[in-house]
Design a protein around this ligand. Structure first.
Ligand code: SAH
Length: 396
């Protein structure tokens, strides 16, 4: 942005104009007609072929997503603009949200701050900047957050691989204060340690928080938590279960899981380091049965091209999990692949059940935690799907 506040112009084709008018925040490179003097990461003014201003966006000269819309007004976003976005994000979450030690304050496009994630663990703020445009304005957003939220330290977990696509370096950097290696999070009475420096995402999977708490009610008898990471689903279910088998392929995740079990005085968890695909198959062969199975695999479909293979993966684990259910048992199954939408995931679960020779009732259709807001105009923002199915094979 020049000091006079003038922004470079980017002209888009008709299809993009329609998308922008429908409030979709992403415009792909194919729909850009001319980018004039825009440099990678610039805030730009978006115009249609006739020169009418459609709004303001971050410009990426490298990503397939060329424009990330910031506003549909003809504005020059300044400090006050970003502070207003932070106010809106905090207001959207309400005051009730403060009952969670760990929560998301800013969720990218869902909060009108494309490419930025800001999570708070107690008083420790952890951010992820995913685009070159966001990098240029992040200090304004941070300043606004610090004025409104109690913050003792700020850590930039800028290590996701998507940064490479934007030509950004991958790094983890202390921006202020001292972020501890472990922050103990209270999640509805279950305590777990988040590791902002080395843990997954910004230290934990905050998006599953409400689903984990919901699982407590389904805990009984024998429980299996596959793709468990640090046993956070398991710990909730363990409150009401006799035994919980915790399976993850990562030894490090299981070390964290054991420490979390100790932290909660839980002695009914068994930890198994294994590939969940093989583990589920072996248990099925042995005729094991569980009253509750929880599946929370990583995103199998990271891109559209992965979808066919991802579908096979999801189908296989869900089929095995359904076969492991005791009569009337419950399966809590998640997918965080945004390339696989909810109807597709539900269809796939239906196929898995048919192939498994099982019938089930859909008890709940759940999604990501409420501090990961989904815009109606931006379905891609709803990436986490979570179904609660109850076995009904023997029922009339
Ligand atoms: N349920 C967890 C998050 C799980 S993240 C929570 O709510 O906190 C996905 C986990 O799957 C990671 O811990 C990863 O180590 C594990 N994983 C990935 N591939 C796996 C495989 N083939 N078998 C078992 N675990 C796997």
């Amino acid at each position: 942005m020049s000091p006079s506040g003038r922004l470079p112009d980017v002209t888009v084709r008709l299809r993009a104009k329609r998308r922008i008018e429908a409030r979709h925040p992403w415009i792909f490179a194919d729909d850009v007609a001319a980018s004039n003097a825009a440099a990678h990461g610039d805030l730009v003014r978006v115009r249609d072929a006739a020169g009418t201003v459609l709004g303001v966006a971050f410009w990426s000269a490298r990503s397939k997503i060329a424009l990330r819309m910031v506003s549909l007004e003809d504005v020059v976003p300044d400090e006050a603009f970003w502070a207003a976005r932070v106010d809106e994000a905090l207001a959207r979450r309400g005051t009730e949200i403060a009952r969670w030690t760990a929560r998301r304050l800013v969720f990218g496009e869902g909060d009108g701050v494309p490419g930025l994630v800001a999570d708070i663990y107690g008083t420790h703020l952890v951010i992820q900047v995913l685009t070159a445009g966001t990098e240029r304005v992040v200090n304004h957003v941070l300043a606004a957050l610090r004025e409104r939220v109690a913050v003792d330290s700020v850590l930039a977990r800028n290590d996701p691989s998507v940064r490479t696509l934007e030509g950004l370096t991958r790094e983890v950097r202390q921006l202020s204060g001292t972020t501890p290696e472990a922050v103990v999070v209270d999640e509805g009475g279950v305590r777990y340690a988040a590791d902002p420096w080395r843990g997954q995402k910004t230290g934990a999977f905050l998006d599953q928080r409400e689903n984990r708490v919901a699982c407590r009610a389904y805990g009984r008898g024998r429980v299996l938590d596959a793709f468990s990471y640090h046993a956070s689903f398991a710990l909730h279910a363990a409150r009401n279960a006799a035994e919980v088998v915790v399976v993850d392929a990562s030894a490090e995740a299981l070390v964290r899981g054991r420490a979390n079990a100790e932290r909660n005085g839980a002695t009914n968890l068994t930890f198994v380091e294994a590939n969940a695909f093989e583990d589920l198959r072996a248990r099925e062969r042995r005729g094991e049965r569980f009253d509750l199975v929880m599946l929370d695999p990583p995103a199998f479909a990271k891109s559209r091209g992965d979808v066919p293979a991802a579908r096979r993966g999801y189908k296989e684990i869900n089929l095995r999990a359904l076969r492991l259910l005791a009569p009337g048992g419950v399966l809590v199954t998640s997918s965080c692949s945004y390339n696989l939408d909810e109807p597709s995931f539900e269809g796939l679960l239906r196929e898995s059940a048919a192939d498994a020779g099982r019938d089930a009732v859909v008890v709940e259709r759940r999604g990501q935690a409420s501090d990961h807001p989904v815009r109606l105009a931006f379905p891609e923002g709803r990436y986490l799907k979570c179904f609660v199915l109850r076995d009904a094979t023997g029922a009339p």
